[in-house]
Design a protein around this ligand. Structure first.
Ligand SMILES: [Zn+2]
Length: 141
């Protein structure tokens, strides 16, 4: 009955009647949650071993997301864009290129005290210092 057990783990279940009863549904949910917990345990182990996103399968990720568990490994690696100024990879949605300092999103940059908009707001930290702290805070691996 290993195969059946596996199917049940994946959310497929066999019910006695034509429609699943509430008990059958909640039992299926419990089994799925138990399965998810097991996957999260596996994910933790794999992550601890190599911190490699490649080892973590979509199933593991789905388990963490499904249970609303916060895991570093559950996040899909950031998509990267090419900086139009220097061609280096930069995260999507960032205001400033961390490599060459080009303003990629003027509006957002201004909000962070960078770029043209920053000149209007007195009392802001020096743009250079801001940029530095931003890039280290969002440091990628
Ligand atoms: Zn750049």
């Amino acid at each position: 009955m290993d195969l059946l057990q596996d199917l049940q783990d994946h959310g497929v279940f066999v019910c006695a009647g034509a429609r699943p009863t509430a008990e059958e549904l909640s039992a299926a949910r419990e089994r799925r949650d138990a399965f998810y917990h097991r996957l999260i345990g596996e994910g933790d182990t794999m992550w601890a071993r190599g911190h490699s996103f490649r080892e973590i399968s979509d199933l593991h990720r789905r388990a963490a997301i499904g249970l609303g568990v916060e895991r570093e490994w559950a996040y899909v690696p950031m998509r990267l864009n090419d900086c139009p100024a220097c061609g280096e990879k930069v995260k999507q949605g960032v205001a400033v290129c961390k490599h060459c300092g080009a303003i990629l999103d003027a509006e957002k940059a201004a909000q962070h005290g960078l770029g043209l908009g920053a000149k209007n707001s007195a009392g802001q930290a020096a743009p250079g210092a801001r940029a530095k702290s931003n890039s280290s805070a969002s440091g990628q691996k």
